[in-house]
Ligand binder design. Structure first.
Ligand code: SAM
Ligand code: SF4
Length: 483
């Protein structure tokens, strides 16, 4: 269905009656997803009790498939050079006030060590689109994987970069990446033209077809997304669902993840000060819940663009992966080391050699002048983890599926019958126990282990056996344990 047809569907779908709503929600509870008409109907719910019920069912579907796990990652910007003119982004070429910087090899190593020192294991690597930006990514990927901090390294790198040719994807697929992500920004081609007046990104169709080229080029897991605020949000949600359906139909596997960035303030970006189709917090919760119900097995990613309060709510309605302790400037992480980590081992040991080394090489970006956009959640990774634990969520750094080859179609085959619970919750809990052993202070450690013990009963017998074995290995000092 093309975009005007989706817009028509949004406009012509009536608000469902309470009975009609309940029928759709009962279908959603089967965890087999929803069709476009059902999703369009859910997007029309206005009645307060209807919305409450919709959010509640989205929470139930999320709980049934993902349990209490929340996957954590951090973005790493390698450069803010860009030849595009996206009117919402601080990196846009017309923003001449922005100091441009490309990380040196030494800086890449320092950034990665900073992130490892906080406990991160999963990164999302990004950059602007400029001459040599693809080669820059090819260069840094093996470097990032090679960096060690106290014997630990990054275990999964996802990549979010400008659209590539099939042959470039073939090269990228040999670098051990997890997911390739690229947001369409808006699926409305005329608005897209307005917001992307110059540069390679002005080509709407080339961007729209990028995931087909990625799949053809051997990338198993792809992530799609729309920048909410650029166009009317309900049509964008339907377009995301159509994009997912297209990928499933053509490649036998839908997107691994959907991201829901919401347009926020960015330095030197006119559109970010006058959001054309602003999405309220309530509308945002509503749309996340509809995505969860329509695509139950697709990860939903939320970034630190949103406030901590809203993020906590969205964990309940469908979000399954979040960034934490983020910085959107290339080289911005050095300053973050130690900030707000009230209990961390690093703070207990101020003479820690790695920490001194990192602080010594810090570049100063505290004015935020090189950031792509402003953040809504400024908490450190440890603070995010503490809050998650207090709300009963399990922070997960697990990379087991990807490293065991449970990716793409195989992952979906495994995930759909729910078998993933034999692996995911035990692996997630194990990766959390590893974090508790290596990074948490006494209070978080106690609360964390209490949470792990309280969840042991929720796992399948096979999963429980996996967990017991894994935890015993972690306590013995083994690391990077997964099934
Ligand atoms: N430069 C590449 C591109 O545009 O495809 C890589 C991704 S870019 C570094 C990351 C994403 O940030 C963009 O796709 C866009 O959706 C988002 N973004 C840009 N400006 C933003 C803003 N002001 N608020 C929220 N998200 C923004
Ligand atoms: Fe460049 Fe990406 Fe920002 Fe557009 S969104 S200006 S392409 S970094």
């Amino acid at each position: 269905m093309d975009y005007p047809a989706l817009q028509f569907l949004v406009e012509s779908s009536p608000e469902p009656s309470p009975d009609e709503l309940e029928t759709i929600l009962q279908t959603a509870l089967d965890c087999r997803g929803l069709d476009l008409n059902q999703a369009a109907s859910l997007l029309q719910v206005r009645d307060g009790r209807g919305i409450e019920r919709l959010l509640q069912v989205a929470g139930e579907v999320k709980q049934a498939i993902y349990g209490p796990r929340m996957v954590l990652f951090a973005p790493l910007y390698t450069s803010n050079h860009c030849s595009n003119a996206c009117s919402y982004c601080g990196f846009r070429s017309d923003n001449t006030a922005m100091p441009r910087h490309r990380l040196s090899d030494q800086e890449v190593d320092d950034q990665v060590r900073c992130l490892l020192a906080q406990g991160h294991k999963r990164l999302l690597v990004l950059n602007g689109e400029a001459r040599g930006s693809f080669e820059e990514i090819l260069h840094v990927l093996p470097r990032i994987y090679a960096v060690r901090w106290e014997g630990q390294g990054i275990r999964r790198i996802n990549v979010e970069i400008a659209p590539l040719e099939v042959e470039q994807f073939r090269l990228l697929s040999t670098q051990g990446i997890g997911t390739y992500t690229c947001f369409q920004e808006t699926y409305d081609s005329s608005l897209y033209g307005l917001y992307h007046p110059r540069g390679p990104k002005a080509d709407f169709a080339y961007r729209l077809d990028v995931m087909d080229r990625a799949m053809e080029g051997g990338i198993h897991d792809v992530g799609i997304g729309a920048l909410f605020g650029l166009a009317e949000y309900r049509a964008e949600v339907l377009a995301l669902l159509e994009h997912a359906r297209h990928l499933e139909q053509v490649w036998g596997c839908g997107p691994h993840t959907i991201s829901v960035p919401r347009l926020g303030p960015a330095p030197g970006a006119p559109l970010s000060r006058a959001v054309p189709h602003s999405v309220s917090d309530d509308q945002f919760k509503h749309l996340v819940a509809v995505l969860r119900l329509a695509l139950p097995y697709t990860g939903i990613i939320l970034s630190t663009r949103e406030s901590s309060t809203l993020r906590s709510e969205l964990f309940r309605y469908g979000v399954s992966q979040v960034s934490a302790g983020s910085n959107t400037a290339p080289g911005g992480y050095q300053n973050a080391v130690g900030q707000g980590e009230e209990e961390s081992r690093m703070q207990f040991d101020p003479n820690h050699s790695e920490r001194k080394d990192l602080m010594g090489t810090a570049r100063q970006h505290d004015d935020g002048s090189q950031m792509q956009f402003a953040l809504g959640d400024h908490r450190s990774l440890e603070q995010v983890i503490g809050d998650m634990v207090d709300q009963g969520f399990v922070p997960s750094f697990c990379t087991g599926c990807y490293r065991r080859g449970r990716v793409g179609q195989d992952f979906m085959d495994l995930a759909k019958p729910g078998l993933i619970r034999d692996y995911c919750l035990p692996n997630g809990l194990t990766s959390f126990a590893e974090y508790l052993e290596d990074f948490a202070g006494p209070s978080l450690r106690d609360r964390g282990y209490q949470l792990i013990r309280s969840l042991e009963t929720q796992i399948t017998p096979r999963g429980a056996e996996n967990l017991r074995r894994n935890l015993a290995e972690i306590t013995r000092g083994e690391r990077d344990v997964y099934v």
